[in-house]
Design a protein around this ligand. Structure first.
Ligand code: GZL
Length: 314
């Protein structure tokens, strides 16, 4: 293992180049959030499969959605002197101290699928992920058209403090602000999980105000699918009595759309393994990488679900 020299981006590149020249195996430490959703599981499979395909040694850590476990993992990667760290940060804040330790150890960090909120942007080399605000905007644009600009909406938010929960909400609210007839009447976190999404919906349907609700905006498909289950158990017809738009584009969302129980999903591609390891290998070759490597996505609704379903990979 090439010893790291003093902390600086140039030094990272230099030590990575030396490793590339020496032909030593690249060692990557990846701190994954957990397995909270089908989307997250698909991302993990993509990362592990791609590392194996490229002969890159992957040290993988599952934090079970706890930031303290991710911080421990990063410190472990420092002790193991890995060459690159991939971090999918569960929440935006609280990373500065440990990212400074990583920088001082001369290890470059690539953020994957979620951003961090730090005062010093040099603490990471790149963010690989979607335009999350745009995902929220696309969900609102589709709903505004589907509801002719009029809807009382309940919102299932993602993990509190996470970049996708903050930015999807921001994007969605920014678009519905242009529609006086559209408003969010209830909003609560379902923590990106199917179980919690169901639990929150079970509480909401008991409220007399729920009778005026026309639509659901869920920050991910897993919470939307949990809500679908709760609605059906309470005698509602999800996708018909209540229009549902969510984000991710997981396979079960397409099945639900074909079954008429979900109306639209905004794709958020979790198959980031190839793009992630392209960035890793560029660093290893002493190259520079973009500050933002965008993952690409589309919007799929009930009118195209049946045709798209066979091609869905996750
Ligand atoms: C989005 C990603 C989110 C997914 C959820 O980039 O961070 O985390 O939308 C997952 O399904 O839990």
């Amino acid at each position: 293992m090439i010893r790291k020299i003093l902390a600086s981006a140039a030094a990272c590149a230099l030590s990575m180049t030396a490793m590339a020249v020496s032909g030593e195996k690249i060692v990557v430490g990846f701190s994954q959030i957990g397995a909270e959703s089908a989307w997250r599981t698909a991302e993990t499979i993509s990362i592990k499969t791609e590392a194996e395909k490229r002969g890159i040694e992957l040290i993988f850590s599952d934090a079970q959605q706890k930031q303290e476990n991710q911080i421990k993992a990063l410190r472990n990667f420092i002790a193991m002197d890995v060459d690159v760290i991939g971090l999918a940060p569960v929440v935006e804040s609280g990373w500065e101290p440990v990212l400074r330790e990583v920088q001082e150890a001369g290890i470059p960090v690539i953020l994957v699928d979620r951003k961090v909120n730090v005062s010093d942007e040099s603490l990471y080399e790149s963010y690989l992920g979607p335009n999350v605000i745009e995902e929220g905007r696309n969900a609102a644009r589709w709903l505004a058209e589907r509801m002719n600009g009029k809807a009382n909406i309940v919102e299932l938010q993602g993990t509190v403090g996470s970049a996708p929960a903050i930015e999807r909400k921001q994007g969605f609210e920014g678009v519905i602000a242009d529609y006086p007839g559209m408003r969010i009447v209830m909003s609560q976190s379902g923590d990106f999980t199917r179980a919690k999404g169901k639990e929150v919906m079970e509480q909401w349907v008991k409220s007399p105000d729920f009778r005026s609700v026309d639509a659901i905006f869920a920050h991910n498909d897993d919470m939307a699918l949990g809500a679908v289950q709760a609605l059906e158990e309470s005698g509602f017809r999800p996708g018909k009595d209540i229009v549902i738009v969510s984000i991710d584009g997981v396979r079960d969302a397409f099945v639900a759309m074909v079954d008429g129980k979900l109306n639209c999903t905004v794709e958020c591609n979790p198959l980031l393994g190839p793009q992630f390891f392209n960035l890793v290998e560029k660093l290893a070759a002493g190259g520079s990488i973009p500050r933002w490597e965008e993952s690409f996505e589309d919007v799929y609704d009930e009118t195209v679900a049946a045709k798209a379903l066979p091609e869905r990979l996750y």
